[in-house]
Design a protein around this ligand. Sequence first.
Ligand SMILES: *[C@@H]1O[C@H](CO)[C@@H](O)[C@H](O)[C@H]1NC(C)=O
Ligand SMILES: *[C@@H]1O[C@H](CO)[C@@H](O)[C@H](O)[C@H]1NC(C)=O
Ligand SMILES: *[C@@H]1O[C@H](CO)[C@@H](O)[C@H](O)[C@H]1NC(C)=O
Ligand SMILES: *[C@@H]1O[C@H](CO)[C@@H](O)[C@H](O)[C@H]1NC(C)=O
Length: 294
Amino acid sequence: MSSLSSSVMLFVLMFMTILMAASAENFYQDCEISFGGERVAIMDGGELLTLSLDNYSGSGFQSKNDYLFGRFDMHIQLVPNNSAGVVTTYYLSSQGPNHDEIDFEFLGNVSGQPYIIHTNIYTQGQGNREQQFYPWFDPTAAFHKYTVIWNTQRIIFMVDGTPIRVFNNNEAIGVPFPNSQAMTVYSSIWNADSWATEGGRVKTNWTYAPFIAAYNKFELSACVYSSGSSSCGSSTSTDSITSTEAWQTQALDSVDQEKLMKVQDDCMVYNYCTDYARFPQGLPPECNQPRFQQ
Ligand SMILES: *[C@@H]1O[C@H](CO)[C@@H](O)[C@H](O)[C@H]1NC(C)=O
Ligand SMILES: *[C@@H]1O[C@H](CO)[C@@H](O)[C@H](O)[C@H]1NC(C)=O
Ligand SMILES: *[C@@H]1O[C@H](CO)[C@@H](O)[C@H](O)[C@H]1NC(C)=O
Ligand SMILES: *[C@@H]1O[C@H](CO)[C@@H](O)[C@H](O)[C@H]1NC(C)=O
């Protein structure tokens, strides 16, 4: 571990016990528009946000705060009907060429055909760790909860509380892990019809524009990072945090492992760890670990 990341870790540990009670995340107060101007609409006193894509522009928003570790829950209702070519995102990212990133991207489809839940992880500027899943529900019919848990030991992706992917801290075998760069939370909608649907074969049909995705219940329990130090709190709890929050040590217990295996067996569309053709020099090192240690 570099001395920078060690000192960052020290700060995190020092500030873990800071008391901080906040109200629920409010899109007016806690987020800002990143692009698309009036295509971002905030309603219901800040509890509901919609992003819209038309043939001129997409749109996006981001958290005002930066975070170093946390649990991040977002409820999203994806674009209904014909959403081919349209990508909706919910991700965390730091800045710069060696940035870290934890991605959920939702790849649209023509009416009646399944979305793809696309996930990826960048560490030190390098990605190429895609895993994709078909949702086992209609993600356009209602809001569903998409969760990123990011602690010092692992990153867990969850959908409606079901873990679909885990990326462990494998620094011991030379795989960089995001643990020193604070990340901002982002969401966006944009036209990605060069690649998103059936590999780019199906294009966006602008007759169906504007394409609208809705967000609510942005709930987090996370460590806010500012001016070199970090303080941890929860947006959903009205109690002060006096002990370790569950996410800080969260791992997959045997029930979670069963659930993850079932989703990966039944719903996985693509896994970089089995794409031998793509990595002729050998799979990335984490792929050679046992399934729950990858
Ligand atoms: C965008 O769509 C509108 C409404 O269908 C149309 O009038 C306009 O010409 C389109 N603009 C472009 C740049 O395609
Ligand atoms: C979806 O398409 C159907 C048929 O075209 C239409 O009746 C319905 O209103 C559309 N739903 C939404 C949410 O746009
Ligand atoms: C869209 O539907 C086609 C046909 O069912 C499927 O092959 C594809 O994986 C679906 N999703 C995306 C994002 O292309
Ligand atoms: C776009 O959708 C409209 C309405 O369903 C349809 O008439 C048209 O053929 C579609 N365009 C393309 C390029 O598929």
